[in-house]
Design a protein around this ligand. Sequence first.
Ligand code: HEM
Length: 174
Amino acid sequence: MLPLKEATAAKHKIAEQMPFNQRMFRGEMNKHDYLLYLQQQLAVFSGMEEAGLPHPALNRSDKVRQDIEEIEKTGVQAEGVLPVTKEYVEYLKGLSDEDRLPHVYLNYLAVMFGGQMMKKVVPSSGKMYEFDDMPGAMQAVRRVQKDEWADEVNRGFDYSIKMFAELEEHSKVS
Ligand code: HEM
């Protein structure tokens, strides 16, 4: 069996290369588009955090809310939770605690890795990327991680890829 990272590398590449993500990575994101992205992140994180996480320092909802407020205070608004995100949150709710863990790996490690590059270039102070205990939070995921998760992680990537496509459709390129 392939190690998890290798078995999901193709989808990671597709997600990474989605135009919305590329604009974010290059620091070309305006406040509306970033706010819309944060609204999706909040929906996904809240759903998972209601169910419980393997380490308290993983919790992102409060931090994402602060980022959202920071942007909204400047008078910017966005469309809220998009259909694909609602679909993903519903899907996550239907999973057992065990089957939700691959999605914890996917969404929280995404913030810990790619996110550290994003923090410097997004149009907010980027609280979402700050962890009180990053090593502890990372280890808690690494400890439970299994190569058997590949199909479930790839399914999560499919939702993520679809989400970036929908975000792009709603973007207000300035
Ligand atoms: C521009 C966008 C992105 C960049 C630049 C990026 C970059 C990276 C980098 C450098 C790593 C570490 C790779 C290594 O250990 O050699 C990583 C790992 C990871 N990324 Fe991304 N990423 C991006 C988007 C995403 C997205 C959208 C997701 C999921 C929604 C994601 C999920 C993950 C996961 C789960 C890992 C951990 C892999 C493992 O070590 O098991 N990434 N990413």
